[in-house]
Design a protein around this ligand. Structure first.
Ligand code: PMP
Length: 368
């Protein structure tokens, strides 16, 4: 529901929330939804059956509160992540958005600051303002890449308490080298900054792009967040998690709501993780479509950014909003992220990708 500044003016809203807009990716009912980087393949039949069975069992116990420490889920997530991680190094919440919010509640807050590198995930400033954390920004290179030197300079100059490194970055698809993350970590030593690497799209990385999970040993201020919303095709279930030193998980206990992960959520996640291999089987197919989009957009004379994610950011459009509208009129919803000349599209199934490329191709043709 849209909230107007006028109607909010009648409320005793916190001063620092006045004039802000809520997260608002449009939710419209069209045949081809390629706007919020979901996995468009759906849940495979055997995983569906396993989730139904697990949720059925959990339902019998709904008169009781769920396991507050979600021990089984932490075991399953640690096993899935590998890298020698133990369950006490894993934390989970209702989507990685909630994980990030808890990190801000525990390590940010009034009098503290968070640093982001726009264009980046639009929730970082909103989660910061929601927790009373001042959000600071630093620049990227021209191609949206980040270098160790410039990143370290920005972390040092800001003296931020929390640094958001999104890799691969939403909306540009840009992955960060481990040297950038190491440099940010070192530069954050003086302010004892929490360095959070948001790997929501980590499973879609190009061959040879390493995860920041490899850097966790010996770095107690490094946090790596992930989600089951993308590669695992479970956006509707709301399950996100992070890996870090055990003390970090302990700290997050101070701010989480009691029993924040429902028995239904835990049962769903555990059943899904037991079938991780099947659920993740579509990741390769999505990567093929992602690479196809990059190649085809180049052929159409546009400038797609290299992507390690399940989406492609592309520039070179004269009137992106008009293209967005015309695509929507043809039943294809993509994302206008408000960057000049650019749009972002999720890599869907082969059919969805074909539909997007065909409609876009003819729109561009008709403008020539
Ligand atoms: N981080 C990034 C970079 C994202 O793009 C998203 C979702 N769009 C999230 C975190 C949050 O996802 P979720 O809460 O569904 O885990």
């Amino acid at each position: 529901m849209p909230s107007s500044a006028e109607s909010l003016a009648n409320l005793p809203l916190r001063d620092d929330l006045l004039g802000l807009s809520p997260y608002g990716a449009p939710q419209v009912d069209v045949p081809i939804l390629l706007n919020v980087n979901e996995n468009t393949h759906g849940v495979p039949a055997d995983v569906h059956a396993a989730i139904i069975e697990a949720v059925g069992k959990a339902t019998l116990g709904l008169n009781r509160y769920p396991d507050r420490e979600f021990a089984e889920l932490r075991r399953n997530l640690a096993a899935y992540l590998g890298h020698g991680l133990s369950p006490d190094q894993v934390w989970a919440a209702n989507g990685s958005n909630e994980v990030l919010q808890q990190v801000l509640q525990a390590f940010g807050g009034p009098g503290r600051t968070a640093l982001g590198f726009p264009p980046t995930y639009s929730m970082y400033p909103l989660l910061s303002s929601g927790t009373g954390t001042r959000y600071l920004t630093a620049e990227r290179e021209e191609d949206y890449a980040m270098t160790p030197e410039a990143t370290a300079r920005a972390v040092r100059a800001s003296a931020a308490n929390i640094v958001f490194l999104c890799s691969p970055n939403n909306p540009t698809g840009t992955a960060l080298g481990l040297d950038v993350i190491e440099a940010a970590y070192q530069a954050g030593e003086a302010a004892r900054a929490i360095i959070i690497v948001d790997e929501a799209y980590g499973e879609f990385a190009q061959e040879g792009t390493p995860s920041a999970l490899t850097l966790l040993p010996g770095r107690p201020r490094l946090l790596v967040s992930r989600t089951m919303s993308k590669a695992f095709a479970l956006a509707g279930a709301r399950i996100g998690y992070l890996a870090a030193a055990p003390e970090v998980a302990d700290a997050l206990r101070l701010v989480r709501l009691p029993y924040h992960l429902s028995a239904i959520t835990q049962a769903t996640a555990n059943a899904a993780l037991t079938h991780a291999r099947t659920l993740l089987s579509n990741v390769e197919a999505i990567k093929v479509q992602r690479d196809r989009i990059v190649a085809e957009l180049q052929r159409l004379g546009l400038r797609p950014s290299p992507s390690d994610a399940n989406f492609v950011f592309f520039s070179g459009l004269e009137d992106p909003h008009r293209i967005w509208e015309d695509l929507l009129a043809a039943g294809v919803l993509v994302r206008d992220v408000g960057i000049a000349g650019s749009l972002r599209v999720t890599a869907g199934t082969e059919e969805e990708t074909t539909a997007f490329l065909t409609v876009l191709g003819s729109l561009l043709e008709s403008q020539r």
